[in-house]
Design a protein around this ligand. Structure first.
Ligand code: AMP
Ligand code: ZN
Length: 126
């Protein structure tokens, strides 16, 4: 495995140092249940390699980026939300409240959702 960060909590999940409820894993990505779910289905999909955020993806990472999206479909099916629907969210950077610096897609479902995400807040423009 090339890129790993020994201080990264999700790298520790990849290596098995920290336990997780694993839903899916292949040679490039894995998916596990979020520790603090915000919906009946809340699963995180991560690359096995340490990449800090979407903004750090480079053209060579195209296979990994594709694997994350393909894994979402597989995970949705395993979680039973393929037909009912689900949302895939990448929090990227400060304004989006990214709290773990290892790319992760939140797969959320099992319950009807609202849109847009700023409902009830003043949005502002710029
Ligand atoms: P974000 O705020 O988008 O960076 O999302 C990070 C997510 O990781 C949060 O939803 C946390 O609940 C989740 N999380 C943090 N530590 C763990 C862990 N050890 N196992 C599973 N989920 C975790
Ligand atoms: Zn990491």
């Amino acid at each position: 495995m090339s890129r790993q960060d020994p201080d990264c909590i999700f790298c520790k999940i990849v290596s098995g140092q920290i336990p997780a409820s694993v839903v899916y894993r292949n040679d490039q990505v894995m998916a596990f249940r979020d520790l603090n779910p915000v919906a009946p289905t809340h699963i995180l999909i991560i690359p096995l390699e340490h990449i800090t955020s979407l903004s750090d993806l480079s053209p060579e990472d195209e296979p990994i980026a594709g694997q994350i999206l393909l894994a979402a479909r597989t995970v949705a099916e395993k979680a039973g939300v393929l037909e009912s629907g689900y949302r895939l969210v990448f929090n990227n950077g400060r304004d989006a409240l990214q709290s773990v610096g290892h790319i992760h897609a939140h797969l959320i479902g099992g319950k009807g959702m609202g849109w847009p995400p700023f409902a009830g807040q003043s949005v502002g423009h710029g």
